[in-house]
Design a protein around this ligand. Sequence first.
Ligand SMILES: Cc1ncc(C[n+]2csc(CCOP(=O)(O)OP(=O)(O)O)c2C)c(N)n1
Ligand SMILES: [Mg+2]
Length: 375
Amino acid sequence: MQYGQPFLGCLPTFPPVTKVTGMDTLLPVASGGAAGPLTADELRELYSLMVAVRHLDTSAIAWQRQGIIPGYAPELGQEAAQVGSGYAVDTTRDFVFPTYREMGVARTMGVDMVAYMSTHKATWHGGLYNPLESRLAPIQAVVAGSVLHAVGWAHGQTLAAGSDATTDGGLGVALTYFGDGASSQGDVHEAMNFAAVMKAPVVFFVQNNGWAISVPTERQVAGGSVAARAAGYGMPALQIDGDDVVAVVEATRRAFAHARAGNGPVLIEAMTYRRGPHSTADDPGRYRSLDEERDGAGADPLERLRQRLLADGIADEAFFAEALAAAKAEEEQIRTGIQALGSRPGTEMFDLVFQETTPALQAQAANWREESEHV
Ligand SMILES: Cc1ncc(C[n+]2csc(CCOP(=O)(O)OP(=O)(O)O)c2C)c(N)n1
Ligand SMILES: [Mg+2]
């Protein structure tokens, strides 16, 4: 039985999710925000990043089929949303709180991808990269969990800044990712309400990819729009075409400038489409047809950027070929690194939970040692 199936008969029919650029209640961009148009160099860099992410993402599915990794959550079709939003982060002062599907954000932020992929090899839970150095929190599999952590970190930025949020060029901003499905979790309500009341510098970035595993957005987002909910929290919102990388960078930069200046949180709803399965364990053929996939997905975000660069005369076929060759070389190097990863000491799962351990955790660790190491 499909997830959610028993309720289908009771639900009204909603129009399909549409990709829009309109709904914009954001205040004017704060002074000092990087609001200028993207340069030709930046556009070419965005293309190279998107090709690298596309190639690594599709390769990771092949790795799973070949037995190199046990599982992976692909992001095919979401490259513009991820690369564009990650591109707006200032890794010297911001902090990013991902879900399990933000490989493109990690790659854009310059995180070591062997360390990132270690989670998918089940070598380590949350990634072997250093969150403090990379400014990327551990990969989060609990739906909506990252949203709460982001608000806590952001409130800490407000407290640390004291009365003057504009000192040192403004506040560090938390960028948190979640999905359309996660938006129906109570945690998201609490996080948004708290952030808005406390004016915490958070950018809530929801990738509305049309699906929460097998449940389409229209069957679980009442009202049809996550962005529309921001008004209820007194928070500005942007609903954007998440498959247009330029629109994503501009919206995210704008939201960052707003939050950095001490004006409080912003919600961005990037409308996109999950073109592949939910994970390598999922078979979308059980809940949607190929025709529905084709209609829902629209134009490929990578091809859209390619066409734009060609039309503007800022990239040519040689550049595209070079970007693909670099992506292939990078994937090979990451795959080699992943294959070389050994297992980690089992005690780490107890040692690294809290800064100061608890009696309950100590008891669990002792039980584990007894069972697994026979001590
Ligand atoms: C608290 C919690 N509930 C349920 C799950 C099982 N689960 C994993 S992913 C998922 C769907 C999430 O959909 P969405 O938020 O739209 O993100 P997407 O997978 O589309 O990126 C569910 C229900 C979980 N991991 N955590
Ligand atoms: Mg989703």
